[in-house]
Structure formats: C-alpha cells, structure tokens
Design a protein around this ligand. Structure first.
Ligand code: ZN
Length: 476
C-alpha cells in the first residue's frame, strides 16, 4: 500500500516526540538548566545541510533550531535530536539540500520591466539606443516599485535571500523589499546624463546624504549604499563626491568598471590611463567599494584590487550575453580578492536565477583558462553564499548556517529526475539544479516561500502591473 503524505507526517512527528522523550534522559543532552523553555519558531529537521562554515562542510540529517529570527542551534544527531525541538513550525527537510540563502551581489531589479526589450546587441548600443531612452521615458516611482516587486518574487522563488541593487528612485526598491520580507542592500544611483530622479548636478550630494540617512536604521532587512554608474558616465567630480559621502556614512560604494574593451579605450583616451587606475587615482578604491564586471584588467589593475581589498561582483551571464568578455576571476581568487556572483539586471541576463550564475561561473572559467580544475563546485557555491556576504561586508550576519547568524535558509528538493542519483550535493547545485528546485525560502527566521508558493507577495497582481507597464513601453 502506498504511504500517504499524512502517514509520513505522522511518522515524522512521532519520531520527534519519541526522540525528545529519550533525550530528556540522555546524559549526553544539554542540561535542561541551560535550555530556554519558550518554543522555537521553526525547527528544520533532516536533509543534507551545507553550512558553508567551513565552505565544504556537509552534515546529514541535522536539526536546525530558529528563534527570534536567528539560528539558535544545529544538532548533528541523525534524527530530530534536541530537547529544545518543540517548535511552532516543523519543516521536514527529507530529500532536500538545506543551505544558506543565495546572495546576489549585483542587480538592477527595476529592469525586470525591460526584460527581453533589446537583445543580441553590444553593451554601448544596448545602453545608448535602448535602455537609457526607455529609462528616461518610463522610469518613475511606480515602475521601479513594480519592477522591484517582480524581481524580488523571481529571486525568492529561485533561492536568493539577499540582493544588492543599484538604480534610481531606489527607495522604492527598499519599500518593495520590506513588503516582501526580503533582505537587500539598496544603492541610490548616480549618473551624469540626467535621470528621472535627479535633474541638476547640485542635487546629487543632497540626494545621496538624504538617502543614506533615511534608510540607515529603517529596517533590519535593509542596508543603504550608493552607486555611480561607471567611470565613462560619471565625471571625476561626481565619483569623488558620491564616494566621499559613502565613506562619511560608512556605507558601500558601487560602480560598473572595465566591462568592455570600448570602455577601456574611452577612459584611456579621456584620462590617459586604464579605468581602475583612474578610479584608484581618484581615491575610489577601498574595501567598501564593490566593482562590478572587472573584465578588461591588466596585471597592475589586479594588483590595485588586491591591495585596496576592493570587492568584485562577477556577472557571467550578462557578460556573455553582451559579448563583453570573461573576467579573470580565477586569477582574482588566487590573489585573495573577494568575488561574489551577480545576475546584473534582467534586461541583460535575462533572469535573476543565481543557480545559472553558479553554473556559468564554474563552466566558463574552465573554458577560458583551458583548465577543468579552476573554480570547483564548492568554490562556486561559496561565491554565491558566504563569498557574497564578504563582498557586501555582511559576513558576520549572513552567508552561512551557524548559531547566532540570521536565519536566511533555503531548501532545495533533490527528489527530481534531473537530480538523481545524488553523490555530491555541491555538484548538483552547480551543474544540475536550477532555481525552480528551491522549495522553501526563509529570511530572518520568517518563511517567505513554502512549497514554491510565495507567502508575502501577490504574484498575479505584481505580474499584471508589470505587463501594464510593458504595454506602455512597447506602445501596444
Ligand atoms: Zn549592472
């Protein structure tokens, strides 16, 4: 007779209560004197746990207790095995990989409104002939909020629990993230061509100051930051001004840099030096700067990144689609530079699924270097989790599953044909799984996606709103 879901649930709960009864008499158990009596918020039991601390660690059939938004304990026992395992919600992780939520270190969520608008053209034409004109005409608070909600929905459904975004009207991205229960670094954007939220140069410093002050202590989910688009769209004065404000407030500064050969030619003709040397000479490069792309670097520029402890956002799918090039990531990692993974905006990718970025990162650098041993699967997962946390300066809070950190956790269901058999969980995550295999997402101890259903977002109405915006953009 087949075993029903109800039978499985009954057996599972019986095992927990039976074990808890045993453990009360076990001399190995923690002393009850040290055990808080209040219930856990969530207990995750079973499955294969990748703690990412250390990065390759695998624990089979663990128990993870979550209380007040944080990971309280990890039990390595073979069945639900902690006297504190009385929980309001018990998640049976049998057949699942349990791991830290993924961290997308570079994206522009509002650009979901432009997904598929212009493909198969070079970056400069894509920007100047399509994206910048569309942004000038259609970007406003409403479109940014709608695009951010859609992007967050897509990320939650594909295992991302922290994103780092840079755009205009960035406060709308923060509001969307709070509504969705999503963790985000939100960077207000600056560019010299004029934007819908800034019409005068003199407004830049006021907007930057106000943005950081407004968002600094607004929510535990949100970290404010500032972003300048690039060295070729921002003057030295703009770059220095925005970086100085970021430094004064102790927030991160982000920038696209050395994304194409054309950019390098442009900066060399304008300033007589390579882009990273130019930024270095302006005092931009330090441990709180996140440089996205970093494709066309010479050895001196790699030295500048390493010596400045600059963080790098690697966006392989966007780089491939725009024909931008391949960043020297294996060399950067060899030099000890922190590199995280980003999707970039979904107009140049065209999705926000970090599983794709892990896969591409592991594959393209083998092709690029001719060495199949570079960027092994454990390293690719590290770059999407604790490595991303280091890039964002948040490694003390997120990126790994250890007691005391916030509970940002995902479950990947491996009971699928394309994930069978399972010899090595890291291999499956990088080479076989996709975002749609994530079944549960927890952020700050709150379940935001369960059994592939979003609990904080009305996906239908979010998609309908973006379709309305897209019909205006396309004129249909
Ligand atoms: Zn970007």
């Amino acid at each position: 007779m087949p075993v029903s879901a109800w039978d499985v649930t009954v057996i599972f709960l019986w095992k927990i209560s039976a074990f808890c009864a045993n453990v009360r008499h076990s001399p190995k158990a923690d002393s009850p004197m040290n055990i808080p009596h209040e219930k856990l918020d969530i207990l995750i039991a079973g499955g294969t746990l990748l703690t990412m601390s250390p990065p390759g660690e695998i624990i089979e059939n663990p128990c993870i207790g979550i209380r007040n938004g944080k990971i309280e304990f990890i039990s390595k026992e073979s069945i639900p095995a902690d006297p504190r395992s009385d929980a309001r919600e018990i998640i049976d992780a049998s057949g699942c990989i349990v791991m830290p939520g993924l961290i997308n270190v570079h994206t522009h969520l509002a650009m979901t409104c432009f997904r598929g608008l212009a493909d198969d053209i070079p970056l400069m034409s894509w920007l100047n002939d399509h994206i910048f004109p569309a942004e000038a005409k259609f970007i406003n608070r409403r479109t940014v909020h709608a695009g951010a909600m859609l992007g967050i929905a897509e990320m939650l459904l594909s295992g991302t629990t922290t994103f780092c975004d840079g755009y205009f009207f960035e406060g709308e991205v923060g509001r969307a993230a709070i509504t969705a229960g999503m963790r985000g670094v939100i960077a207000q954007g600056f560019i010299d061509i004029g934007t819908p939220d800034q019409t005068k140069d003199s407004e830049k410093s006021i907007i930057a100051e106000r943005f950081v002050e407004r968002w600094r202590d607004r929510s535990s989910l949100i970290t404010p930051a500032l972003v300048c688009h690039s060295p070729y769209t921002c003057s030295p004065d703009t770059l220095r001004t925005v970086k100085a404000i970021a430094q004064r407030h102790g927030v991160s500064f982000q920038i696209h840099v050395s994304e194409t050969r054309e950019e390098v030619r442009l900066i060399r003709s304008r300033y007589g030096k390579n882009p990273l040397q130019h930024l270095h000479d302006l005092g931009i490069l330090d441990q709180d700067t996140i440089a996205a792309h970093c494709i066309w670097l010479d050895s001196v520029e790699i030295d500048l990144l390493a010596e400045g402890r600059v963080k790098v956002a690697h966006d392989p799918e966007s780089n491939m689609k725009l024909g931008a090039g391949v960043a020297p990531v294996s060399e950067m990692l060899r030099r000890g530079i922190d590199v995280g993974l980003g999707t970039d905006g979904s107009a140049s990718n065209n999705n926000l699924d970090l599983f794709g970025e892990m896969s591409m990162t592991a594959r393209i650098h083998k092709l690029f270097t001719g060495d199949p041993t570079v960027i092994k699967v454990e390293k690719a997962v590290e770059m999407a989790t604790i490595g991303g946390a280091r890039v964002l300066g948040m490694a003390d809070r997120i990126g790994s599953i250890v007691p005391g950190k916030v509970a940002d956790i995902i479950l990947v269901d491996t009971r699928k044909p394309h994930l069978t058999p399972l010899y090595h969980p890291f291999s499956h995550l990088v080479y076989a799984a996709r975002g749609a295999d994530v079944v549960t997402s927890i952020i700050g101890g709150k379940i935001v996606m369960k059994d592939r259903r979003l609990l904080t977002i009305d996906t239908g109405s979010v998609m309908a709103e973006v379709r309305r915006i897209a019909s205006r953009i396309s004129g249909k």
